[in-house]
Structures are given as C-alpha cells and as structure tokens.
Write a protein that binds this ligand. Sequence first.
Ligand code: HH2
Length: 387
Amino acid sequence: MRVTALAGDVPAALATALAARGLDAVHAEALAAGGAQVALLLEPLDEADTGPLVREAAAAGVDCHTGDGWAVVVGTLARLGGLARSGASARLPERLSAELGRFLADRQERPEAWRTARRTIALERSCLVGILNVTPDSFSDGGRHFAPGDALAGGRALREAGAAILDVGGESTRPGSAAPDEAEELRRVVPVVRALAGEVGLPVSVDTRRSGVAAAALEAGAEIVNDVSGLAHDPRMTEVVCAAGAGVVIMHMRGDPATMDARATYADAATEVAAELAERRDRALEAGIAREAIVLDPGLGFAKRPEHNFAVLDRLASITALGHPVMVGPSRKRFLGAATGAPVERRDAATAAACVAARIRGARLFRVHDVAAAREALAVADAMLGA
Ligand code: HH2
C-alpha cells in the first residue's frame, strides 16, 4: 500500500480523486463539499451560551475551543451544518443556531456574477478593473489623465489591454491626502464618465465617497459605485446606490485617508478586517441594496501596515466566506515596495504577483494600473484553477 496526500486546501482534489475511482460526479462533489474542514470564530459570546455550545459541539463531532467571550469551532461542513440546525431538532439556543446557519448558507454562495445598474458582469474568470485617476495628485498616475481627452485615450488603452471595467476617480486617497471640494470632484469626474460610458463600451465605475458625485456619475452613464469608505462617509450614499440599482464595491478602511495610518493597529488583521467588512455589508443589505450588487474589498493599503496587507491577502478566505465576489487593489502600493524594494514606478510585476496570490485565495476582481501585465499573470492562475 502507498499513502498519497490529497491537496487538502483545494476543494476539487477530493471530488476528483473520488470521481476518478468510479464514484458518480454529483455524489463525489457532495462528499467533498461536506467533508471540507472549516474553522469558525464566534464572538462576542454570552457566558450563558458557552456551556450549550461546548456540549453540543462535542455531541456533533465538532471541536470547540472557548475563552473569555469567544469560541472557535472546527469541523467538517456537514457536522457544522448539524450543529446549526434550527427548529424542533435544534441543538443550540436559537440566537446561535440562526447566526451560524446564516453564515454557513452565505458561505455556500459561489458568486460568479456581479449585477450593476446596466448589466450582469460574468466573474468565472479574473475580471480586470482598469484605474483611471482624473486627479492631479494620485500617488502613481497623478496628472496623467487629468484632461477629459487624455482620459478617453487612457480608457481605450485600458480596454485594449484587457480591462473589463473602468474605474474613474477624482479624489486621491493616498495616505494623508486632502479631499478636493465637491464641485471640483464633479468637474473632474462627470465629463470623463460621460465620455467613457458613451464611447469606450465598457462598464464604468465611479470611485468616490460622496453621494452627490456618485449620483451625477450614475446619471452620466456609470453603473458601479466604488466607495473606499465602505458606504460610511456619506449617509446618503446607500440611498443613491439603491435608487440606481448600481453595483457597489464596499471597501474596508478605518477613519479616512487623512487619519487612517494612525488606525493601523490590529491584534489579528485578517479576522478584524473581515468582521468590520461584514458589518458594513449587513448595513447595506438592511438598507435595501441587493445582495447580487455587492462586491467586497479588503482595502489593501488603507489603514494597514505592510504586514497587515500580507496577512489579509493570505487569509482572504475570511472575506470570500461572506459569499460575495471579492475585489483587490494592490496596484503599485507601498506594501509591495516594502517586499521588493522597488519604487512606485517599478511595481507592476509585484502587482501582478499580488493579483495571482489573491486569485488563488479566491479574489475575482483586480483593480490595477497596468492591466496587460496583470491580465497575463492572471490568465495562468485562471488556467490552473480551471476557470
Ligand atoms: N485603492 C485606491 C483607490 N481606490 N478602490 C478599491 N475598491 N480598492 C482599492 O484598493 C483602492 C480603491 C488607491 O489607489 P490609487 O487610485 O491608485 O491612488 P490614489 O488614491 O492616490 O488616487
């Protein structure tokens, strides 16, 4: 007899091994899905809930580690599903089983598409989002597309390079930057959005924290709002997104670009970022934004030091488990310079590498300056992942 390891971290490995040995494909996939090992952190937890949780987890064959106000449960999806049962056969107090059940149901979502105000964007393959900053001061491409004619040429070049979405921003959000006033942001963004939406033929996203700018851009033909504040900056933003049926990127940040660096303190960056993003997502859903319209983004470089960005990238599963497509924006950022020593104008290879790492960890959308380089690297990852 020979022992061969199955690739435990690759969902297809067990299903393929079983199917290759004669099990029918549906049965093999169901067994592989149910057999996947999952670890979940439950917090904050009432003291009164700890006893039943420990007891019922043991009965369900799920490992349970508890501490002051928290628990970690580790088990197969099938066993965790049993633990989360509600109704007459419930094992846990209702408030625990309901939340656990909801989380496991979301986790099963495999979002392969993104609904915007004008279409549905397929996400079976990596989707490249080309950056068009119409700002005089963006950290890597400031000033380049400031005039509308230049922006249009820039948009066409991004399309030729393989971009599927164009992201137009009129405010630099580099650390410590000051925001332009709203009239100035509108002047920069709206004519460019109108020209791109009319003439380039790709979906246009507007990168703004202001509802007034978002509304004007949507009116001018944009169909996605990319809000780096995660809908927290402007209380009217959610309403504007809802009214237009726009796609929305909810990104993680703490504070604002002027203050965020001081708030880059985490005991465990990956779980804290995921929990804070989940809270923002929940608010968006409660306010009526459609589930299929929401993309989540960990906000690389926003209120994060290099080690936090790498931890978040490596543990992107904490965010993909929320059941939405995930976007990442590593392009030319400082944390890549920290790893490579390269200055901002020589970070496109590192950007492509970060995109591939994120793709392997489950990201589907990649916001980059150099679309051609990232696209080529991601084509290899897509082929490997069977997309
Ligand atoms: N990063 C920047 C701006 N917008 N949006 C999303 N969803 N994700 C990101 O990571 C992200 C973003 C910052 O990068 P850039 O636009 O290149 O620079 P600046 O803010 O200086 O214009």
